[in-house]
Design a protein around this ligand. Structure first.
Ligand code: 5GP
Length: 123
């Protein structure tokens, strides 16, 4: 499907510097910052700087350079946050059924406690 990017979403505003964020890492094509409402002791969001709605949009339309930089940024944050030893979870929600709140691709990096089973019942 063709995605339409809404440049008024909250992460677009963060990228433009219109609202503050707690930055963990910045690269040429990616920004990582702490989630404002953390669900675990470590909860970092990693976003591409380009206008991509969700993971499949990014995978289909981003350049190789953007994709490499973004995936490496996720790895760098995992290393910097020291999550490898005890484990962690990556989540990339997409669309209505994925219950994505912010329509700019973000991977959640969650760690620091046992995160339980992968899915909770829908409510
Ligand atoms: P989603 O449900 O779209 O996968 O996740 C959106 C995430 O963005 C949520 O975990 C929410 O707490 C986080 N979030 C929403 N607004 C802000 C904000 O202004 N700053 C930061 N750092 N995180 C935000």
């Amino acid at each position: 499907m063709a995605y339409t990017y809404d440049d008024q979403n909250i992460f677009a505003k963060i990228l433009r510097g219109e609202i503050p964020n707690n930055t963990v890492l910045e690269t040429e094509h990616a920004l990582a910052f702490r989630d404002i409402n953390p669900q675990a002791p470590t909860h970092v969001l990693v976003i591409p700087k380009g206008p991509y709605v969700c993971f499949d949009h990014f995978a289909q339309e981003a350049s190789d350079a953007e994709i490499v930089d973004y995936i490496r940024a996720v790895g760098e944050v995992c290393k910097a946050e020291g999550v490898e030893a005890d484990g962690f979870r990556l989540i990339a929600n997409a669309g209505k059924n994925g219950v994505q709140e912010v329509p700019h691709l973000h991977v959640h990096i969650l760690a620091g406690r046992n995160l339980g089973r992968m899915l909770a019942p829908a409510n």
